[in-house]
Write a protein that binds this ligand. Structure first.
Ligand SMILES: NC(=O)C1=CN([C@@H]2O[C@H](COP(=O)(O)OP(=O)(O)OC[C@H]3O[C@@H](n4cnc5c(N)ncnc54)[C@H](OP(=O)(O)O)[C@@H]3O)[C@@H](O)[C@H]2O)C=CC1
Ligand SMILES: CC[C@](O)(C(C)=O)C(=O)O
Ligand SMILES: [Mg+2]
Ligand SMILES: [Mg+2]
Length: 337
């Protein structure tokens, strides 16, 4: 493998234990970082605006909560885990006035730095620790003595020690137990956006919904269609996760494997690949970022409409009924927040 991967032995937890860390935002990633850093012996303060819904949760979980500006003022390391669209204003109003030489500004995703929405002063370290998984899984893995692999990147190394500090932070949230891979803000941002749009979220959700629609529109029972197009996807993805596509193909029947090999490329064909290339182009040119920032500033009209349409899709109602019959679906990964 050509990438640099760092493990627990490559990281000095003492570095982050010697700093005060402000975790700004207490959602999916924020709660996971803050609780795991605290459990790793790090002095953590949470930054949340007055009136934030997340304040009560952080306080219930034993954390001290102040405003983002107060947190940034008292901390040496400021990890920004607010929504990407909120970060530019948050930075300008609350973080930038409280930065000073020797401080470090950390991110869980490179969006705002990659697209120039935040431009930190040269005297601070700018680094990223980006777990490659949802925050609730990051926390659960840490609590189970394991970790979710993460990406680490340094955009600005004012202290000369930014990578060591980022690795120390990654160790504090369990990331170096699994492995921390060195990357850049650009690579993390562009690949993360592409993955979530074309494959993991956008691609997978559209594939599942479309398969469900084709079966139900042809008269098959929604319950049966749900099992075939959504429920069993986890079982198939678990096999891929354990041993790649090869292990999945080893485990399924010959009939399924022949169908996979002969029909899969007809579903995901050259047109789909060309569309994926276009999506990547929009990410690299900044077109997607400009569109998303403008959508957010306009009050998210399309986002809200598409969200509502997704929630009203018949597959959701069928799924709610069927999951009630599945006693083993009893530990949702969102239970840590
Ligand atoms: N979700 C994930 O698993 C992953 C996320 N990331 C990145 O992590 C970052 C955080 O994302 P995610 O955890 O999903 O975010 P969430 O939407 O889950 O949580 C955002 C948190 O920030 C708070 N918040 C909202 N506005 C502000 C503000 N102006 N100032 C301070 N806090 C604010 C919210 O409080 P309130 O309750 O009041 O809304 C909430 O606590 C993003 O950069 C994202 O790209 C990276 C990898 C995976
Ligand atoms: C796949 C979605 C993600 O990129 C993630 C959990 O890694 C996100 O931004 O939430
Ligand atoms: Mg991601
Ligand atoms: Mg993402």
């Amino acid at each position: 493998m050509s990438v640099e991967v760092y493990y627990d032995d490559d990281a000095d937890l003492g570095l982050i234990q010697g700093r005060k860390v402000a975790v700004v935002g207490y959602g999916s990633q924020g709660h996971a970082h803050a609780l795991s850093l605290r459990d790793s012996g790090v002095d953590v303060v949470i930054g949340l605006p007055e009136g934030s819904k997340s304040r009560a949760k952080a306080e219930e979980q034993g954390l001290r909560v102040v405003t983002p500006a107060e947190a940034a003022a008292e901390a040496d390391v400021i990890m920004i885990l607010a929504p990407d669209t909120a970060q530019r204003r948050l930075y300008a109003e609350s973080i930038a006035p409280n930065l000073a030489p020797g401080k470090a500004l950390f991110f869980g995703h490179g969006f705002n730095i990659r697209y120039g929405l935040i431009k930190p002063p040269a005297e601070v370290d700018v680094a990223m620790v980006a777990p490659k998984g949802p925050g609730h899984l990051v926390r659960r893995q840490y609590a189970d003595g394991k970790g979710v692999p993460c990406l680490v990147a340094v955009e600005q190394d004012a202290s000369g020690n930014a990578l060591a500090l980022a690795l120390s932070y990654a160790k504090g949230i369990g990331g170096t137990r699994a492995g921390a891979i060195r990357t850049t803000f650009t690579e993390e941002t562009e690949t993360d956006l592409f993955g979530e749009q074309a494959v993991l979220c956008g691609g997978a959700a559209a594939l599942v919904q479309t398969g469900f629609e084709v079966l139900t529109e042809a008269g098959y029972a929604p319950e049966v269609a749900y099992f075939e197009c959504l429920h069993e996807l986890k079982l198939i993805v678990d096999l891929m996760y354990e041993g790649g596509i090869a292990k999945m193909r080893y485990s399924i029947s010959d009939t399924a494997e022949y169908g996979d090999l002969s029909r899969g490329p007809r579903v995901i064909d050259a047109r789909v690949k060309e569309e994926m290339r276009k999506i990547l182009g929009e990410i690299r040119s900044g077109e997607f970022a400009r569109e998303w920032v403008a959508e957010d500033e306009a009050g998210r009209p399309n986002f809200s409409k598409w969200q509502a349409e997704g929630a009203a899709h018949p597959i959701e109602e069928t799924g709610r009924k069927l999951r009630g019959m599945m006693s083993w679906v009893d530990r949702p990964i969102t239970e840590t927040a």
